[in-house]
Design a protein. Structure first.
Length: 156
C-alpha cells in the first residue's frame, strides 16, 4: 500500500526544506507554514516518489517536494485524481515541470527529471498528514472510465 515516507516544509525560499513528522494541509493554501503553497494556486503541495528519487541518487526533499511517497505508481496518476492522505484529501492539479533550480542540485538534472518530478496537488479537505500515513487513491467516475479504457487499449 502506498504511504508517506517524508514530509517537508519550506520556511525560506532557496533554503533546504525542513523535515517534519506531521503537517496540516489547509484548503486552497497547502501545508500550514510552507511558503510554496499559494492561495488558489495549482501548486499547493508537491508529491514525489522515493523510487524516482532513488533512481537519480537524490535524497528525500532534494527536489523541494512536500510529500515523499513509497509504493505509489506515479505513472498511473492523472490530473483530477483525488487521494486521501491521513485526514486530508488532495486533488492532483497537474505534473510538476522541473525548473532551472534543479540544475543547482546537479548540472543537467532539470533535463533528466522531465516528466518525472512528481505531481502538484491542491488541498480539498483540511487535515493532518503524518509520516507513515497510507495513501488511498480515489477518482471521479469519468476519470476511472478513461483509465480503464486506456488500460484496455494498452493490453491489445
Amino acid at each position: 500500500m502506498p504511504e508517506v515516507t517524508h514530509l517537508f516544509l519550506c520556511r525560506i525560499h532557496r533554503f533546504p526544506m525542513e523535515e517534519v513528522e506531521e503537517a496540516l494541509a489547509t484548503p486552497s493554501q497547502g501545508f500550514k507554514g510552507c511558503i510554496h503553497g499559494r492561495p488558489r494556486s495549482h501548486r499547493q503541495i508537491l508529491l514525489m516518489d522515493s523510487e524516482t528519487l532513488g533512481r537519480f541518487g537524490l535524497a528525500p526533499g532534494a527536489v523541494k517536494e512536500n510529500i515523499t511517497t513509497s509504493g505509489m505508481d506515479f505513472q498511473a496518476l492523472a490530473t483530477g485524481m483525488r487521494m486521501r492522505i491521513g485526514e486530508a484529501v488532495l486533488e492532483i492539479s497537474g505534473p510538476c515541470h522541473p525548473c532551472p533550480r534543479m540544475d543547482d542540485i546537479r548540472q543537467g538534472l532539470q533535463e533528466e527529471l522531465k516528466g518525472q518530478r512528481g505531481w502538484l496537488c491542491r488541498v480539498l479537505q483540511e487535515g493532518t498528514i503524518r509520516r507513515g500515513d497510507a495513501i488511498a487513491l480515489t477518482a471521479p467516475s469519468d476519470m476511472v472510465r478513461a483509465a480503464e479504457s486506456r488500460d484496455e487499449v494498452l493490453k491489445t
